[in-house]
Design a protein around this ligand. Structure first.
Ligand SMILES: Cc1cc2nc3c(=O)[nH]c(=O)nc-3n(C[C@H](O)[C@H](O)[C@H](O)COP(=O)(O)OP(=O)(O)OC[C@H]3O[C@@H](n4cnc5c(N)ncnc54)[C@H](O)[C@@H]3O)c2cc1C
Length: 558
């Protein structure tokens, strides 16, 4: 009889996720968990059922740009994929952005919101992209205290009515770059007689939420000095009241490796009407709240992708028979999956730790020490989970053999979509340098020491070595930082910044894994978390190199 492989199945992504359920049980007050669990179950059902089936059936759909109307007028209409249209409705109805602002669960509202995001993200082809920016825009406008803009945009950004809800773009990157935004070329000319209103002219080189109703963007008011401080933050609406474009042309959609359903476009702005959000300078500083939110989304989406890959790979391992037995009976296959399972669990815990802190910050419950910890963790959580996301996705595909490389299994997309995570919202290097800046501006490693210490306190004797490894790695990071600064100054520290950031990230992830095992003991299901901690530790924590390898880097580049 002919042999056919059995495809993997995905059930309810909440019920099937022991790691998330354990974390929520260990973290949330029981009444909060009881309150939000029906929503998580419903989202898990949708994500593992209808949306998953849609995502497999319609994986080839892509946005289409129609630049010209039938009578020769420029229209720049983008037709979205059917999944994205459905995602727009689901987002509003389920309050995926609104949950964070309605605060029905107080300081836990961010955990509530990001649990929903985590459950659904891989099923709707990166619809998280416009949502992250929408959430970031809502936060930025809220903290700007610009009441007119808050009144105008916020009700739409957090609306639960699909016909009223808006998304927002974040237009920072120009041809000059996305990391070095200070050299942005967009010119802002004041509109006579309209206070705070400007006409923006320039090119926006990457605009991912091009179908959004509004955007936050940067421009340099005429006469302002060059550099970052001369830029201002602007709010604009993409279309005029009559539906025509607001001085904006969509030149083309980008042809991308992944995120194929995201309508990422190149735009030309010619006197686009825009309003100052908060003063006529300090734009980079003023858009920072947006970046803090979008980077948190990036981290949660990275860990969500890892979990999806593992859910499918584990299910497949139970079905796929090779060499006389299912793969889940092959010690080496189990060993391979164990390594990425530990990475995924560590990533999830650091991502949600930042989510917890963000939630506390927004209700004013953050202590001073926690505020510094959040600033330090911001770049770390984004860069480490993104790197883990790519590595885990790659290993996941291999776990399916040839099927992992075939488009209509829905698997290759996991890797392609993961690859954007270390690039947008700040590359690994750029974020490592951000970390150095946070540390230089009065942040010390002290809050991380405290966090790691608190996590490993009371650890089971079976976790003594992982706990010690986490502490040692942080200590090593501290001594390396001091010694390198003394020996070679900032340039030498810069060369090692990525290893520093990843070491801190891995040490915190390991400590959180140890804590998860300790917290789970009273429920009797601590062994899985303990095994993850041990495996994670065995994969290596401390990446810092003491010897000066800067000269080698120059030799190797030449
Ligand atoms: C699919 C997609 C969608 C996007 N959507 C948006 C969007 O909606 N809005 C938006 O504003 N942008 C968007 N971007 C742009 C994205 O944010 C930038 O591409 C990203 O921030 C990197 O900037 P860059 O392209 O200028 O790279 P560069 O800064 O040129 O980086 C090139 C390399 O140099 C390294 N590097 C740069 N500076 C340093 C340094 N000082 N030290 C050491 N290494 C360094 C980087 O790590 C990287 O490896 C999108 C990008 C992609 C791929």
């Amino acid at each position: 009889m002919a042999f056919f492989q059995t495809p993997p199945e995905l059930g309810n992504t909440y019920s099937g996720d022991d790691v998330l359920k354990r974390y929520l049980r260990n973290t949330l007050p029981p009444d909060v968990l009881t309150q939000i669990e029906p929503e998580l179950l419903a989202m898990g059902e949708l994500s593992g059922g209808e949306l998953y089936r849609d995502s497999l059936a319609n994986y080839r759909e892509e946005p289409k740009l129609e630049q010209w109307g039938p009578w020769g007028r420029r229209v720049d209409q983008i037709e979205l994929s059917s999944i994205w249209k459905k995602a727009q409705r689901i987002t509003a109805e389920k309050g995926v952005v609104a949950t964070a602002y309605e605060r029905k669960t107080g300081s836990w509202s961010r955990v509530h919101q990001f649990a929903l995001v985590y459950l659904v993200e891989p099923s709707w082809h990166v619809y998280s992209c416009p949502l992250a920016m929408t959430d970031g825009a809502a936060k930025t406008l809220t903290v700007s205290k610009n009441q007119a803009l808050i009144d105008r945009a916020l009700p739409h950004l957090m609306s639960r009515d699909p016909s009223e809800s808006w998304t927002s773009g974040q237009w920072m990157t120009e041809r000059t770059g996305g990391s070095d935004v200070a050299i942005c070329e967009t010119v802002a000319r004041p509109i006579a007689g309209e206070s705070g209103m400007y006409g923006l002219s320039g090119t926006k080189w990457f605009s991912s939420a091009t179908t959004s109703q509004m955007a936050l963007t940067l421009g340099r008011p005429e006469g302002n000095p060059p550099g970052g401080s001369g830029l201002a933050l602007f709010y604009l609406e993409v279309r005029n009241a009559d539906g025509t474009m607001n001085g904006i042309e969509v030149n083309r959609l980008k042809d991308k490796l992944g995120t194929r359903m995201v309508p990422t476009a190149e735009l030309t702005l010619e006197n686009a009407r825009a309003q100052l959000v908060k003063g006529a300078d300090s734009g980079i500083k003023n858009i920072t709240p947006m970046l803090n939110v979008t980077r948190t989304w990036n981290a949660v989406c990275a860990v969500s992708g890892m979990r999806r890959g593992l859910m499918l790979a584990k299910d497949y391992a139970r079905r796929r028979v090779a060499f006389g037995a299912p793969l889940d009976q092959k010690p080496l296959h189990l060993d391979t999956l164990a390594t990425i399972e530990a990475e995924a669990q560590g990533g999830m815990l650091i991502a949600f730790r930042v989510v917890e802190l963000l939630g506390k910050e927004e209700v004013g419950e953050l202590t001073e020490q926690e505020a510094v910890l959040l600033r330090i963790l911001g770049p770390i959580v984004k860069l480490i989970t993104a790197k883990q996301g790519v590595a885990v996705a790659s290993e996941t595909l291999e776990a399916f053999g040839g099927a992992g490389y075939i488009e209509d299994t829905g698997l290759p997309r996991l890797l392609r979509d993961a690859q954007v995570l270390p690039i947008w919202e700040g590359t690994t290097n750029v974020l490592s340098l951000d970390l150095l800046r946070v540390l230089a501006k009065g942040g010390s490693l002290e809050p991380i020491f405290r966090e790691v210490n608190a996590c490993v306190e009371g650890a089971d004797t079976s976790l003594k070595e992982p706990a010690e490894a986490a502490l040692k790695a942080i200590e090593h990071a501290g001594t390396w930082l001091m010694r390198t600064l003394e020996a070679g100054g900032p340039a030498l520290v810069e060369a090692g910044a990525r290893r520093l950031a990843l070491t801190l990230g891995r040490a915190i992830e390991l400590a959180l894994l140890v804590r998860e095992a300790t917290r789970s003991k009273k429920y009797g299901d601590h062994e899985k978390a303990a095994a993850a901690a041990r495996r994670f530790w065995r994969s290596g924590v401390d990446l810092i190199l003491d010897e000066n390898i800067d000269a080698d880097a120059k030799t190797l580049f030449a």
